[in-house]
Ligand binder design. Structure first.
Ligand SMILES: NC(=O)C1=CN([C@@H]2O[C@H](COP(=O)(O)OP(=O)(O)OC[C@H]3O[C@@H](n4cnc5c(N)ncnc54)[C@H](OP(=O)(O)O)[C@@H]3O)[C@@H](O)[C@H]2O)C=CC1
Ligand SMILES: O=C(O)CCC(=O)C(=O)O
Ligand SMILES: [Mg+2]
Length: 431
């Protein structure tokens, strides 16, 4: 049993376990949850009702989640005097699968991101964010239905490692002195007034992320995996990510993928026609095409040619930007789910793409769709597909009936605007 310093033990349920790399989920699994800050509590209350109703409906009482509250953010600070108590990490390590609401991160000072800390502490190296269109959702683009992508965002490295020093600090002076005097760096434009941030990107980190993306593409019979990077500018981090990604694909999946690097080699030796034919043959044989694109070009092409993209593998910061941009394309951040996963240990924390939307806190107003769909991902991960499908169908039906929260209502003709809790109730009615 987990040893908690401050938290009470869970009073009901059984542990999820990992046996020989496979999750074993009992009928009454203990699932830790973090309510979240800002709009988190409103959204969590609404979402939890949907999860419980769907599980009850799908399994007639045979299965039931034993929710176990753990704490992070403001509620943790107010209750335990810490933003991220050790017990929360202990609980997630012990019970393997958890779900959370958004947590606040102050800009330019104060605590570092608790969301990022959770991902790093638990080494949840994949941030998996599927982006698809739900019929009837208002969108700013003409063909939102052409967007059907799954983002694999590297979650443990990059500029998010939090290695940075503030302008004027003794540390930054030391780093700048080292760079100038020992490394021969001459390009810091204003050395006296610079803050410095470091961007670590490793071969191991890249390989496990790209491997997860390719495994997903193979299992789900997707067409391509695109490595999105800014390798033309950041050659040894983003450029290396691209190179390591291609190398891994050709080394570990040689009979299952066709890469654009292979295409280039064939083109060089035998001409463009031969390369085109080789790619067509690979596609006809169901091979996954591994390609790459520079991040800025990608951000315009997801608007102009979304059909060309499928599974996306990218670094941490690119993935953050891409997640919100793609979410907007299919109707906004109100229905953008996600998961942070370590595919080796099985640990997974499910959470929405959006933040705490603080101006709407406690108004029972915002869309709970992102956390509800994050819960759908969680149910799928647990193997409770029937409950997951029931929620997706009921949510589709509710949106088609034009019963929606403010974010959709303001863009839809003839919609009935409902509160966060009412949207959840309508989904439950439609189960
Ligand atoms: N994983 C996490 O926990 C994350 C936490 N954060 C943190 O959240 C805080 C606030 O961040 P901020 O940059 O304002 O981004 P948010 O995602 O919280 O909000 C930005 C805007 O997105 C829209 N929005 C967000 N959530 C919903 C929802 N559920 N339904 C409908 N619309 C929604 C609102 O748009 P509109 O104004 O148009 O109504 C809102 O003003 C920060 O402290 C940030 O660090 C941010 C991202 C992820
Ligand atoms: O941790 C935060 O405050 C922001 C995280 C974020 O934007 C994301 O995970 O997409
Ligand atoms: Mg983000």
């Amino acid at each position: 049993m987990a040893q908690f310093e401050k938290f009470p033990q869970p009073t009901e349920g059984e542990k999820v376990t990992l046996v020989n790399g496979k999750l074993q989920v009992p009928d009454n699994p203990i699932i830790p949850f973090i309510e979240g800050d800002g709009t988190g509590p409103d959204i969590w209350r609404a979402s939890r009702r949907v999860f419980d109703a769907a599980v009850e409906k799908a399994y007639g009482g045979r299965r039931k989640i034993a929710w176990y509250e753990v704490f992070a953010g403001e509620k943790a600070f107010n209750t335990y005097g810490e933003w991220l108590p050790a017990d929360t990490l202990t609980a997630i390590k012990e019970y393997i699968i958890a779900i959370k609401g958004p947590l606040t991160t102050p800009v330019g000072g104060g605590i570092r991101s608790l969301n990022v800390a959770l991902r790093q502490e638990l080494d949840l190296y994949v941030c998996q964010r599927p982006v698809r269109y739900f019929n009837g959702v208002p969108s700013p683009v003409k063909h939102p239905e052409l967007v059907d992508m799954v983002i694999f965002r590297e979650n443990s490295e990059d500029i998010y490692a939090g290695i940075e020093w503030a302008e004027g600090s003794p540390e930054v002076k030391k780093v700048i002195q080292f760079l100038r005097e020992e490394m021969g760096v001459k390009k810091i434009r204003f050395p006296e007034t610079s803050g410095i941030g470091i961007k670590p990107v490793s071969k191991e980190g890249t390989e496990r992320l790209v491997r997860a993306a390719i495994e997903y593409a193979l299992k789900q019979k997707r067409k391509s995996v695109t490595l999105v990077h800014k390798g033309n500018i950041m050659k040894f981090t983003e450029g290396a990510f691209k190179n390591w990604g291609y190398e891994l694909a050709e080394r570990e999946y040689s009979d299952k993928v066709f890469t654009w690097q292979q295409y280039d080699r064939i083109k060089e030796q035998h001409g463009q026609r031969a390369a085109d034919d080789a790619q067509k043959e690979a596609e006809a044989n169901g091979k996954i095409i591994i390609k790459d694109v520079i991040a800025d070009a990608f951000l315009q092409q997801i608007l102009t040619r979304p059909k060309e993209y499928d599974v996306i593998a990218t670094l941490n910061l690119n993935g953050d930007y891409i997640s919100d941009a793609l979410a907007a394309q299919v109707g906004g951040i109100g229905i953008a789910p996600g998961a942070n996963i370590n595919y080796e240990t099985g640990h997974a924390v499910f959470e929405a793409t959006h933040g705490t939307a603080p101006k709407y806190a406690n108004l029972d107003k915002v869309n709970p769709g992102s956390v509800i769909l994050s819960g759908v991902m969680m149910l799928e991960y647990m193997g409770w597909q029937e409950a997951a499908d029931a929620i997706v169908n009921a949510m589709e039906k509710t949106i088609e009936q034009k019963t929606v929260t403010y974010d959709f209502a303001r863009l839809m003709e003839g919609a009935t605007e409902v509160k966060c809790s009412e949207f959840a109730s309508k989904i439950i009615e439609n189960l």
